[in-house]
Design a protein around this ligand. Structure first.
Ligand code: CTP
Ligand code: MG
Length: 485
């Protein structure tokens, strides 16, 4: 029996005679709280799992719990016999009403196996009752295809399929695909340099392609509180360059409003020289007025900031190019371009932001890469990539020259329970299902598979920022996903 990949979250309704293996299957795949079992609720409202007198109340509770979870978009497994067509219809309607994929899993196991398992249980179901269940189950299995479920899974024997896909099943991403650790929070306690060192060494050890530092003057509310440390990135990258790693080093992203672009060009060229050609520059238009005001920096309107982004990239490229001759570009003129040391490799410029009219056009014209925030919806990325491609065509740029990169904020758990605890801890006031979706909450194996799929969709680099990065152990937790990519 091979098992197809089921949607998650989903409403999963189990169907099968007693002893067909429903509860066992659910327990192997889902968190205890996700499985709502009529037997267990008989034990809650009645004397025990077999207290049939408590059935009416147990099912009333079950319906209430299932409705509450489905309304919240939470994965729910209905563990009952599932043989009643009206009840199935009710679950199907409920799932549809709340936009949760509906799955029915039927356990069509050989009757002899059911009887055999039943016989050795503490309180076997009477033989005639089981016989009736088996007959009904058989006819229900045939009816399921016509009931309207999003997925119908019929399990025909008792060999449990692997819960997680085998590593070998994941397609190999193309060469060049990499995951860069984006560090946006710095809970370094009393030992800033030691913390940075350990985080970087962990990232290098488990195969990250690089480290990108967020560039803000005050910690942004999306990440932490304003009094948490947020170091100047070029100084910090200089320190990281001194470690013995292969990590590429850069910003994601530096606002063009913070430093005159010539100064950023100088910093990046210096970093490139000191790191042996590992520097990159992620650059954007800036967005947070407060940090500009607080640091005495101008914060012009968006159009001017985007003009500055365009001019800034031109300036950097002019100062990195060979020679010292005057530069006369589209937006910038420099009387000379004398800037030494010159970088030791072509420093990639990653243009941050998904603005469709200007930002992606700037990326198409001047960037080596664009960077867009990954959302819960796959279609968003495909749309941004299509817009980028159109801009490339309009400005006569080969789209292969502009790498698509994404900013991903994954919640990574060691297993399903741990993943969910992290979601609960991190979600603030956001509904858990919404938060889990936006952060693609899952195990390292699930992220690994997701990254392989992103590579297939044309993504060259994932910048991954852990919302709960506290230290090197967290890097290693995500590293399990990266190593195997
Ligand atoms: N079992 C097994 N191998 C499986 C599945 C189940 O040996 N692949 C055993 C279980 O250990 C259990 C019995 O078969 O002792 C019944 O399995 P269970 O999952 O409890 O079956 P259910 O369909 O949940 O039965 P019920 O409707 O009575 O709850
Ligand atoms: Mg059961």
């Amino acid at each position: 029996m091979t098992e197809q990949r089921l949607p998650d979250p989903a409403l999963v309704v189990l169907v099968g005679a007693s002893g067909s293996g429903k509860s066992t299957w659910a327990e192997q795949r889902y968190r205890a709280a996700e499985v709502v079992s009529s037997d267990a609720l008989r034990g809650v409202v009645g004397s025990g799992r077999h207290d049939l007198d408590a059935s009416t109340e147990a099912f009333a509770l079950l319906d209430q719990i299932v409705a509450g979870r489905v309304r919240r978009g939470l994965t729910t497994v209905v563990d009952t016999l599932g043989l009643d067509a009206d009840r199935r219809r009710g679950y199907l309607d409920l799932g549809r009403r709340h936009g949760l994929p509906t799955v029915v899993v039927a356990f069509d196991v050989p009757p002899a196996l059911c009887r055999q398992r039943n016989a050795v249980r503490d309180r076997p179901v009477p033989a005639p009752v089981l016989a009736q269940q088996l007959r009904t189950a058989r006819s229900v299995v045939d009816a399921l295809a016509g009931e309207g479920w999003d997925h119908v899974v019929v399990l025909t024997d008792d060999a449990p399929a692997p819960a997680a896909p085998e590593p070998a099943a994941t397609p190999e991403p193309p060469t060049g695909f990499g995951v860069v650790l984006q560090v946006s929070r710095f809970p370094w306690g009393e030992d800033p340099a030691g913390w940075l060192r350990e985080v970087a060494l962990a990232a290098d050890a488990c195969g990250f392609a690089g480290i990108a530092l967020m560039d803000h003057l005050i910690q942004i509310p999306q990440v932490g509180t304003a009094w948490e440390p947020i170091p100047e990135p070029w100084v910090t990258l200089g320190m990281l360059a001194g470690l013995d790693t292969r990590l590429r080093l850069g910003t994601l992203v530096t606002p063009v409003t913070f430093r005159p672009p010539g100064i950023t060009a100088k910093a990046a060229a210096t970093l490139d020289v000191l790191s042996g050609g590992r520097a990159f520059v992620g650059v954007g238009a800036g967005w947070w007025e407060r940090e500009h005001a607080g640091f005495g920096l101008a914060f012009p309107p968006a159009k001017q900031r985007l003009d500055a982004l365009e001019a800034g990239i031109e300036t950097m490229r002019a100062l990195w190019a060979a020679g010292t001759k005057a530069y006369d570009g589209e937006h910038v003129a420099l009387p000379e371009t004398t800037s030494y040391p010159r970088p030791v490799h072509d420093i990639p410029v990653v243009v941050g932001g998904g603005g469709e009219r200007r930002t992606l056009r700037i990326a198409a014209r001047l960037g080596d890469a664009c960077n867009v925030r990954l959302t819960a919806d796959d279609a968003d990325l495909d749309h941004k990539v299509a817009v980028l491609r159109r801009h490339c065509a309009a400005v006569g740029r080969d789209p292969a020259e502009v790498e698509v990169t994404v900013l991903d904020l994954p919640v990574v758990g060691t297993d399903r329970d741990d993943t969910w605890e992290r979601v609960e801890r991190l979600r603030g006031r956001t509904a858990a299902a919404t938060y889990a979706r936006a952060h693609h909450a899952g195990t390292a194996a699930e992220h690994r598979e997701r990254y392989a799929r992103l590579a297939e969709r044309g993504v060259g680099t994932v910048f991954a920022a852990l919302p709960d990065l506290a230290g090197p152990d967290d890097v290693l937790r995500l590293g399990a996903a990266v190593q195997s990519v």
